[in-house]
Design a protein around this ligand. Structure first.
Ligand SMILES: CC(C)(COP(=O)(O)OP(=O)(O)OC[C@H]1O[C@@H](n2cnc3c(N)ncnc32)[C@H](O)[C@@H]1OP(=O)(O)O)[C@@H](O)C(=O)NCCC(=O)NCCS
Length: 273
């Protein structure tokens, strides 16, 4: 009877990632002390998530794509919210959780939708048609995302400076045979296809560029959002830390001297009723 219970307990959490025994920690089979000092942080990420080590060019490309999303200053809600949280007196863990918590479908989380869209287009071989029909297909598929094509457009930039650089590195990697290049190619075609339908450019943002790279490297769309969270955590931590040194207390989203639009009933009284 005891034997049966022990078996149930040992099967409660099953994992292929980490084996911990007294005085021993193995990650995907490797002793942690052997990994420390021999591999990089990105190698470790890949090892844990994917089960084996990446090649050096794969790790370099993943790192480059992740660098694009690290920070966008206090204009980005993820950064502003983390800073505001600090001024409310919370610790770093809460500030970081608050910041990354808003990486939803429209903020950095659009990367997941962008990857779904690009993968669907590549799988359905939509790229074989002309630009206009690709564009119509893209807008049809984007109805699922509120009519906005995920990974394109930016509130602040007319041309997101991160995307061309990430795409340049991805194209180099495709030429060197590190990746196939089909998702990167599709991301570029979608930009042209949107322009063909709208009659004006809505340029690719870093989510589509990094998302295309993550697909090329074999990551699933939900993992794209996880990688973005990891990447943006750097900026969130830096801003939360900087803010914690400012000793400012309770900073709201706008200075208290500025007004906001009140849309409710005119002043009224219960007593007059
Ligand atoms: C980021 C985003 C919210 C910015 O939106 P915005 O501030 O309204 O952008 P703009 O003011 O430049 O939009 C101008 C026009 O382009 C359209 N537009 C912008 N992004 C678009 C998109 N991704 N798909 C379709 N149309 C888009 C707007 O509807 C607007 O059209 P209109 O002039 O005909 O009304 C928007 O581009 C978006 O939702 N993109 C998809 C989500 C995404 O990738 N988010 C990550 C951002 S880093």
């Amino acid at each position: 009877m005891d034997h049966v219970r022990n078996d149930e307990v040992s099967q409660w959490w099953r994992t292929s990632i980490t084996e911990v025994k007294p005085n021993s920690i193995r990650l995907r089979g490797y002793a942690v002390e052997e990994l420390i000092g021999r591999i990089g942080f990105i190698d470790m990420l890949w090892l844990l998530v994917r089960g084996d080590l990446p090649t050096a060019p794969q790790a370099r490309l993943l790192e480059s794509a992740m660098l694009g999303g690290v920070d966008h200053g206090p204009h980005a809600p993820s950064i502003a919210i983390a800073r505001m949280a600090v001024t409310c007196g919370v610790g770093m863990n809460t500030a970081v959780a608050e910041g990354i918590g808003v990486l939803g479908d429209i903020h950095g989380g659009a990367i997941e939708q962008s990857m779904e869209l690009l993968r669907g287009l590549v799988n359905d071989e939509t790229s074989t048609g002309d630009l206009l029909s690709l564009g119509q297909d893209v807008f049809e598929r984007s109805q699922a995302y509120g009519g906005f094509v995920p990974g394109y457009g930016h509130r602040f930039h007319k041309r997101d400076p991160r995307s061309p650089r990430v795409l340049e590195l991805a194209s180099q990697a495709a030429q060197e045979g590190v990746i196939d290049g089909k998702f990167v190619h599709m991301a570029q075609r979608v930009e042209d296809a949107i322009a063909a339908v709208k009659g004006k450019p809505i340029p690719m943002n870093v989510d589509a560029a990094a998302g295309a790279v993550y697909l090329e490297l074999g990551f699933e769309p939900p993992m794209g959002r996880a990688l973005l969270v990891l990447s943006r955590s750097l900026g969130v931590i830096a801003h939360a830390w900087e803010q914690s040194g400012r000793k400012e207390r309770i900073k709201g989203p706008v200075p208290k001297s500025s007004d906001y639009a009140y849309e409710g009933p005119a002043p009224r009284s219960l007593i007059d009723r």
